[in-house]
Design a protein around this ligand. Structure first.
Ligand SMILES: Cc1cc2nc3c(=O)[nH]c(=O)nc-3n(C[C@H](O)[C@H](O)[C@H](O)COP(=O)(O)OP(=O)(O)OC[C@H]3O[C@@H](n4cnc5c(N)ncnc54)[C@H](O)[C@@H]3O)c2cc1C
Length: 428
């Protein structure tokens, strides 16, 4: 990939890698066992250091103090930054989605109250969309609702799996439309401070045993000023789609970085661990792990970079490309971390290496930002809805001008017919 990266991106990527290797790697074991408060303190210290190195918030647009890179350029850095679970939080990319949404949709008051401190990392956001008792894959089923009372919104409902521990505010996806309103205009986004009266954390929700800050919350008559509405009333569904599309791409890029790290650890072990006869890496079954992991990482990476380029170009195929790449990347992440653990034996399951944490993370990726099945169906439906390619011309028509050494018919082997199945490949 280096051959196609600009000097600017390569330099930034290498600086990010150097910073994280030097400053985040030594703290990683402590972060793995820290509770949410301690984790937040450790990340805050590293964040200040990142700012001193000029690396804080590089992913942002220029008007928000960032470098204004195209997504296809940032993709190379995102992968490296994401190779550490806390990398995006340390370098300011973890809040990129909330920053982008506020930047695009917030009025003057929300900008001052939330956007400014978010830029400096003084406050932490979280997102409240999923709810207990209904399918989180289907936004239209969400039941949390807000009604307008004078100059305030009064919000009631429940949310879960939100990363609310340590967060200062939540963007709540809620129903604001009157009964009978079209589903797509019935929802809005409202910013709610997590210390507002009536905002209650019901219980923590460890994921596969990890207490990473996810929790279930209840909103009971929570009142916020009317100017806490993000974007237009009824614009929630559209903004949720916008947020998901960018979020999927950015997060999937970090999975490539994490899978690459698992792969590097696996190869290091295969090169160094001896059996009584030879190196572990000399065994053919172990070599299959290397081949499968290498090719899966490379495929996912290319699909994601392609999707990033489509996003930059505002190409209508971007949703298909992102969904397809998301599924490929999350499956790849799970397969690669699983193989790396297998190569490490019991040690891979312990917390002595980052592999157990990476595997846990990998498993979750097949559910959040849309479960595999939902993306697979969406991609397949879009592909099948495309106009049918023109049928191949009859063989007799396929003539080429006669020349001294040419046959009168064109070659008919595979790959010569451009109306063949490759035209409907998911990344096109
Ligand atoms: C690590 C992690 C972090 C998260 N962070 C947040 C957060 O910050 N904020 C937030 O609001 N939520 C968050 N979530 C929740 C996440 O958004 C939901 O889990 C996700 O949207 C899926 O919803 P669900 O869990 O209700 O599953 P469901 O929608 O109930 O789906 C369950 C299963 O049913 C199948 N299925 C569902 N729909 C279809 C379909 N249409 N076609 C075929 N099969 C289908 C799939 O196999 C799916 O896995 C997080 C989840 C995880 C795991």
């Amino acid at each position: 990939m280096d051959a196609i990266i600009s000097d600017e991106i390569r330099t930034l990527r290498d600086e990010v890698r150097g910073f994280l290797d030097e400053h985040l790697r030594p703290v990683e074991p402590a972060l793995r066992t820290a509770g949410p408060d301690e984790r937040r303190k450790l990340v805050a210290e590293l964040r200040e250091l990142a700012a001193e190195h000029g690396l804080w918030g590089a992913a942002r647009p220029v008007e928000l103090g960032g470098r204004g890179l195209p997504w296809a350029g940032w993709a190379h850095v995102a992968e490296v930054e994401g190779s550490y679970l806390e990398g995006p939080a340390v370098l300011g990319s973890a809040s990129l989605l909330d920053l982008t949404m506020l930047h695009r949709h917030a009025g003057p008051w929300l900008r001052e109250r939330y956007l400014q401190p978010l830029l400096t990392g003084e406050i932490t956001p979280c997102y409240g969309m999923t709810e207990p008792g209904v399918s989180g894959s289907d936004l239209l089923q969400m039941r949390t609702h807000a009604r307008r009372q004078g100059d305030e919104w009064v919000i009631n409902g429940r949310k879960w799996f939100c990363k609310v521990r340590g967060a200062d505010f939540m963007t709540v996806f809620c129903r604001t439309g009157p009964a009978g309103a079209s589903n797509r205009t019935a929802f809005s986004m409202i910013l709610v401070p997590t210390d507002a009266p009536g905002f209650e954390i019901v219980r923590d929700l460890p994921l596969l045993g990890d207490t990473g800050g996810h929790a279930e919350i209840r909103l009971h008559d929570v009142r916020v000023p009317a100017n806490h509405l993000l974007g237009p009333e009824g614009g929630g569904f559209g903004m949720a789609m916008e947020r998901l599309s960018l979020g999927r791409l950015l997060r999937a890029l970090t999975w490539v970085g994490q899978a690459q790290r698992a792969y590097d650890l696996m190869c290091a072990r295969l090169r160094s661990r001896r059996t009584s006869t030879d190196l572990l890496g000399d065994k053919q079954l172990m070599q299959l792990h290397v081949f499968d992991s290498y090719t899966e990482i490379a495929s996912a990476r290319l699909m994601l970079h392609h999707a990033a380029a489509l996003l930059d170009a505002d190409d209508p195929q971007v949703a298909t490309a992102v969904s397809a790449a998301k599924v490929v990347a999350s499956r790849m992440f799970q397969h690669v971390t699983d193989r790396a653990i297998q190569v490490y034996g019991a040690e891979g399951l312990s917390d002595d290496t980052p592999l157990s944490g990476l595997f846990r993370e990998a498993r979750t990726t097949r559910i959040y930002d849309g479960p595999d099945e939902v993306h697979i169906q969406a991609v397949a439906r879009r592909l099948l809805a495309r106009p049918e390619p023109a049928p191949p011309r009859p063989r007799a028509d396929r003539t080429v001008p006669a020349g001294p050494d040419t046959d009168r018919t064109a070659p008919s082997g595979p790959g010569t017919d451009r109306t063949g199945p490759e035209q409907s490949a998911p990344v096109s």
